[in-house]
Design a binder for this molecule. Sequence first.
Ligand SMILES: O=C(O)CCC(=O)C(=O)O
Length: 273
Amino acid sequence: MLPSPGFRHLPAVLTDHQRAGLQASINRMIEGFDLAASTAVFSTAADAQTRDRYFLDSARGVSPFLEAGCVDASGALTRPKAECINKIGHALHDHDEAFAALGRHPAVVAALRQVADEPWALMQSMVIMKPPGIGGEVRWHQDGTFLSDQPESVIGFWFALEDATPDNACLQFKVDGHLDPLSERYRVEHADGSNRFEALAPLAWPDADGSETRYAPCKAGDALMFGGRIAHASSTNQSSRSRRAITLHFRRAATDWCRDNWLQRAALPDFLV
Ligand SMILES: O=C(O)CCC(=O)C(=O)O
């Protein structure tokens, strides 16, 4: 296994034109969503099995996930559509040209090749919407918990589509978190859809006093690159400023993708860079 990297700030990766193209794609996706199906899944009345199936199927599609508290008792949205969406995942690069181009962005490919000069496979793409006033917290986690290969190689990229600061919930990292062991793995038994977290090693998330936390503010167009072990999080967006971002997760193409990862691309062709 290669050493798991910490985080790197890559300034000005996206031009204004590229950002506008990605935003236009996202806005088209949102316009096209019929949220009736999603509100049923995210309403408090939905059962866990329905929710789990929706999540597993999103590995191959372009699926909206709703913010908590956005659906009222009658199943209606309580805010404008775009403000009710927490994230969109998880195979946008297989369905949208702008996202496919982002996966092949020369700065991304060059950064991956610096880690290992060999083909990489893009496994997951996601939009994190973080709408103003409601965008939900992303709790401390290690990406390797949810995306696992052998030997471990997962690397994430996070692209700021808008300025991101501590005020509007920019990403935060655990100081030296890349040196930590992987604390747990999320395993899915695809035959029956059951899932569980397997504890691997004790790990403390950063203290609430902020002494072990490093904020990673970004200008619109900047990117962050980080390995699968470094714990990261973001708070609720309580500001009046939106904080849209895109994440991509790659692995070295030569590794084995774990069969009990929740994310299985099944018949989708490999996306190699
Ligand atoms: O954008 C965020 O706030 C969180 C993203 C994240 O944690 C991830 O992609 O793993």
